[in-house]
Design a protein around this ligand. Sequence first.
Ligand code: NAD
Length: 325
Amino acid sequence: MSKCKHRYLVSGGAGFIGSHLCEALLETGSEVICLDNLSDFYDPRIKLANLHTLLPRKGFSFIKADIRDTDALQSIFSSNSIDMLVHIAAMAGVRPSIENPRLYYDVNLMGTQKLLEMCRRHGVKKLVFASSSSVYGNNCVPFSEADPVDNPISPYAASKKAAELMCHTWYHLYDISTICLRFFTVYGPRQRPDLAIHKFARDILADKTITLFGDGSSSRDYTYVKDIIAGVSAAVDRLHASETKLYEIYNLGNAEPISLIDMVSALEQVLGKKAKLRHKAMQAGDVERTFADISKAGEFLNYAPSTPFMEGLQNFVDWLVTTKD
Ligand SMILES: NC(=O)c1ccc[n+]([C@@H]2O[C@H](COP(=O)([O-])OP(=O)(O)OC[C@H]3O[C@@H](n4cnc5c(N)ncnc54)[C@H](O)[C@@H]3O)[C@@H](O)[C@H]2O)c1
């Protein structure tokens, strides 16, 4: 990332991807205001641990607030001159969105809309939005940004697509240059505990049986968090460099999908332990496969993920083992 200093507002900066991004932005000598409600979607102590490494760093400040809280947002935006909003905060996860769609729409849509309105009111003209590969539903692979994405199959996916559309509207009406980044299953140190790699690794270590949904042939384009952060950083730089307003969508994936059963074998190898498996039917809302066409991000962001899966997995396990209770 370029070493120019800016002031960033990072929503969701205490979470998995957000905390890595805050670190990368601080490396440029910039100021980072992290806005996060430390939601209890998973144990908030994990987010406090993420913040623990960030809080002593120069240029970093943390505000515990909800992106749906208009008064809190008004206070943050009016007392800080923000150069760019990096909007990472969301209710993430496909399956829980089926249980509680209302919460997902509330946070992912109303929260996004409130942030967009604040950008309009306070003249913030640059925005990065964290979207998701889930918007592609069960499209044919590889998924390209040019593909129609009219068939999301979970409330989470629909909320991400709807938020992308809302970002487009605010870009069109109020000249807020926007880059939406569709992340593909991100893994690495600090990964969310509800995600398969993390859940399986914990259970294998604890000798618990792990449940595979489907016959193991479903696949995901696992993308290492460092590669994702390189892509987000390039998007940030592109927004700073652009002299004209822009609205773009880029896939940030690895372009090397791995089947569920191969992911489990790789985990067994890294952990040095066999998994006990149980199979269940595929779950509603889960897509069969994800696979990113990353040529657009390669061309415009110089995005080139470089972390081999086994190496990324080893880094994740090293982190897990040192942080486990
Ligand atoms: N991890 C992945 O594989 C993946 C894949 C695709 C897209 N994404 C998207 O990337 C972003 C980050 O994902 P993550 O895996 O780091 O998740 P995460 O849950 O670790 O991070 C999200 C953060 O947002 C915060 N947050 C939630 N609701 C909030 C609210 N109402 N107000 C303020 N803060 C709130 C949470 O406390 C959390 O710290 C999300 O938008 C997610 O949808 C993630």
